[in-house]
Every structure is written in C-alpha cells, then in structure tokens.
Ligand binder design. Structure first.
Ligand SMILES: *[C@@H]1O[C@H](CO)[C@@H](O)[C@H](O)[C@H]1NC(C)=O
Length: 254
C-alpha cells in the first residue's frame, strides 16, 4: 500500500516537473524573443503589448502548475510511510523459521557513533547475518580494520582481504574449493562465536531469495567448502601423526 502511494506520488512529481520544465522553457523562449524584438526593432507598441499579454498568460499557467504540483497532502504521505517502516519493521521468517533480513535493513546497522543495544553492528557472510557489536574494535564505524564488513555481505573479501566494493563483488562461486574454504572458515567462526549472535538470512542476495529460501548457489558453495575443509583437516591430522611416528622412531634408535 505504502509502495503504491509512493509510486503515485513520484509519478505526480515527475509529471509536475515535466510541466514546469516545458512551461519555463516556453517562457524563456518567449522572453528571448521579446528581448530580441526590443533590441532589433524600433519598438512597435502593438508587438510589445502582444508579448506582454502572452507572458502574463504563461505566468498564470506556470503558477497553476506549481500549485497543483505541491499540495500539502502529497508531502505528508511519504513521511508517514517512512515512519511506519522504520519504527515497526514487519519481521518476516523463512520456511524454516529463520528471520529474513533485507539488504537495506542490514545497511543501517554499522554502529555509527558507537555501538550499543539500539545501535548494533551487523555483518553478513554467505548470506547469514550476525550481530558483531561486541567486536566493535574490529568492525566499528571508522574504527576497526574490518569496518568494511559492517552493514553488508562482503563474503569474498574474507578470503582475499580486498576489502572494497570490487572485492565484495567477486564471483566466489566460481572459485576453486580451497579458496572458498577461507570464507567458509570465517563463516563457522561467526557461527560458533561466543558473543556474536546469529540473526537471520539476507534476503534477495546471491545466497537467499526474497522469501529467505536458500539458493542452489549457496548450497553448492557450502558443500564444496565444507568438503574441502574436511579433507584439509584430515591431511593435517595425518601429517601430525606421521611427524609423531618419525620422532618416536628416532627416539627408539638412540
Ligand atoms: C532458512 O534459513 C536457514 C538458515 O540459513 C536455512 O538453513 C534454511 O534452509 C532456510 N529455509 C529454506 C526453506 O530455505
């Protein structure tokens, strides 16, 4: 309902603007013509009278357009809409009961002016949104080295360290599994963290659709990254065992 109101209000403004432009251009060309006539000719009162009366006519049209373009009620509508949206955001949930968060809602949570209970710092990784307010030293507005991560999903940056819009726009779904693993490890770091809190899913993102349903691209990323992580963990464990066995063998020889 609000959206429709706003659209019609915008359309109204737009039409008003076009009218204003057309009229003022018309008036301007009239004025130029009048000036030229004044300059070029020994003034003929009849001609001047005509342009004058035309000018007056244009002016009244212009006022008419201006008056119809800014009635007080059209100004109030968008404000009212904004207020209700800000103060009472309708909380939505996906089919599994996870809260659905919009990118614009996420973008508001950067903790500008200092993080608090009512001014939280949120970040999203692989489309999962966390409250990281307790990590203000890292993510705080204009503070920490990770401030770029606040208020957005910058998943690729967690692996590349290229913390800017270009880095955040990288197509991580095209990466090889090992590189993807870096992002996955950070994602589990947030998930398992003692004081960071999972809030919900980022709707309309690369990872979740508008209703908060997990998209196949995310399922694929998670599958590949977690499998790569399992393999890497196993390899590390085997290397450790091998080193221990070698140490033991050397000790027995002595
Ligand atoms: C809802 O979000 C959770 C959290 O990421 C996700 O695991 C689940 O698959 C989502 N539900 C659906 C139906 O996609």
């Amino acid at each position: 309902m609000c959206l429709r109101k706003r659209v019609s209000w915008l359309a109204f403004l737009y039409v008003g603007l076009i009218c204003q432009l057309a009229v003022s251009q018309h008036v301007a060309s009239r004025a130029t013509r009048a000036a030229l006539i004044l300059l070029a000719s020994t003034s003929s009162p009849a001609v001047l009278a005509e342009t004058d009366s035309n000018g007056a006519a244009e002016e009244s049209t212009n006022e008419g357009a201006a008056a119809s373009g800014s009635p007080s009620d059209t100004e109030e509508i968008p404000e009212t809409c904004q207020d209700t949206e800000d103060e009472h955001p309708v909380e939505r949930y996906n089919a599994s009961g996870d809260r659905v968060i919009t990118p614009s809602e996420l973008a508001k949570h950067v903790g500008e002016g200092g993080a608090s209970e009512t001014n939280q710092i949120w970040l999203s990784i692989l489309g999962k949104v966390y409250d990281v307010s307790t990590g203000e030293d890292f993510y705080g507005y204009g503070k920490g080295g990770y401030a770029y991560y606040a208020g957005r999903d910058a998943s690729p940056c967690f692996s590349t360290g290229q913390n800017n819009d270009e880095g955040a726009a990288e197509a991580l779904e095209e990466w090889e599994d090992k590189k993807l693993m870096g992002v996955w490890e950070w994602s589990t770091f947030y998930e398992d963290h003692e004081t960071y809190k999972y809030l919900g899913v980022l709707a309309g993102s690369k990872y979740f659709d508008d209703e908060g349903n997990e998209l196949p691209v995310r399922q694929d990323i998670v599958k590949r990254a977690s499998e790569a992580k399992a393999i890497a963990d196993k390899e590390r464990e085997e290397k450790k065992k091998k080193r221990q066995a070698e140490r033991l063998a050397r000790k027995n020889k002595q």
